[in-house]
Design a protein around this ligand. Structure first.
Ligand code: ZN
Length: 161
């Protein structure tokens, strides 16, 4: 297990489309462990593989309810709307207002390559959308309403995804 370097906006790797994972390999399992370590170390609530420079469709999320690992995730269903500040470990110290669905149902494979379905509301729904966007080379900054602003002291508790 190891902490990997988090790529930041401007790095080309964040603009690419990631490839599907066809099978679990020891190398892929280590990547997932490292992604979790890296996310927790950076105090984020989510991390996508391209953020550590790997163009594979893998996401890890923990909104405080334990780790979720998504391999080849697909959004099946969304509903509702939420508008609020969003951050990203690849855009450090910044946040911006983004509208996302308030409910998201996701299908993915887990670390054993078994199909799993998650339903998320609120922050978890936001994290699903944000992280899956990374797999297609998109950053939340493309969706910000108004200005991207510096995270101020009062916002310090805000989750970075
Ligand atoms: Zn992000």
């Amino acid at each position: 297990m190891a902490i990997r370097e988090i790529r930041t906006m401007g790095d080309e790797v964040l603009t690419k489309t990631c490839k599907e994972v066809k099978m679990m390999t020891p190398r892929m399992a280590i990547l997932i462990e490292d992604m979790l370590d890296t996310m927790y170390e950076a105090q984020g609530v989510g991390l996508a593989a391209p953020q550590v420079g790997v163009l594979r469709r893998i996401v890890v999320i923990d909104v405080g309810e334990g780790p979720i690992i998504l391999i080849n995730p697909e959004i099946l269903e969304t509903s509702g709307e939420q508008t609020g500040d969003e951050g990203c470990l690849s855009v450090p110290g910044k946040a911006g207002c983004v509208t996302r669905p308030n409910y998201v149902k996701v299908k993915a494979l887990d670390e054993n390559m078994e199909e799993i379905v998650y339903e998320g509301e609120g922050l978890l729904a936001r994290a699903f959308c944000h992280e899956i966007d990374h797999l297609d080379g998109h950053l939340y900054v493309e969706k910000v309403e108004g200005e991207i602003h510096d995270v101020t002291y009062e916002d310090e508790e805000m989750e970075e995804e």
